[in-house]
Design a protein around this ligand. Structure first.
Ligand code: FES
Ligand code: FES
Length: 175
């Protein structure tokens, strides 16, 4: 079968690959691009382990054909940390011991990041609802939700501190 040439960007870097028309984006990420942080659980859109963003929209990469990614911006767990510096969400998952086997964790982190972009101040119920598509079979959800709510609060505090810092800089004529 003829392969399809796809040009896309992954975590901000231009990436090209060849795939079969029937390959899922999950397969290509893991097997062609060696981005194995994105996990495969059910392969049927039920567990959320394969969560990524496609043009800033949260999707299950097991349900997206790789060929559909042409011209898109893909975000995976590998793009969440800032080089060696873990993202606040990742730090909070560690601090709250919100993982055991870790299979669900990349998907949960990517989904949490997507949620906090559109809803920076969720109630616990909203967070539980938003993340209901990310299943965890071993940690239990209380620690995960504690980590998510703590991350949300810490990120809001950090955003406010940055805003205040930029306001006081502009008060001084940008000096
Ligand atoms: S592997 Fe994609 S939703 Fe489970
Ligand atoms: S930590 Fe094992 S599935 Fe969530």
């Amino acid at each position: 079968m003829a392969k399809v040439h796809i040009a896309t960007s992954v975590n901000g870097e231009a990436v090209e690959f060849l795939c079969n028309p029937s390959d899922t984006l999950l397969d290509v990420l893991r097997n062609e691009l060696q981005l194995t942080g994105t996990k495969e659980g059910c392969s049927s859109g039920d567990c959320g382990a394969c969560s990524i963003t496609l043009d800033e929209r949260l999707v299950c990469s097991c349900l997206v054909l790789a060929a559909e990614a042409e011209g898109s911006e893909i975000g995976t767990i590998e793009g969440v940390a800032d080089k060696e510096q873990l993202h606040i969400i990742q730090q909070k998952f560690l601090e709250h011991a919100a993982l055991q086997c870790g299979i669900c964790t990349p998907g949960l982190v990517v989904s949490t990041q997507a949620m906090l972009k559109e809803m920076p101040n969720p109630t616990e119920q909203q967070a539980r609802l938003f993340l209901a598509g990310n299943l965890c079979r071993c940690t239990g959800y209380d620690k995960i939700i504690r980590a998510v709510m703590d991350a949300a609060e810490t990120m809001r505090a950090s955003d406010n501190a940055n805003k205040n810092a930029s306001v006081s800089t502009s008060d001084r004529g940008g000096l």
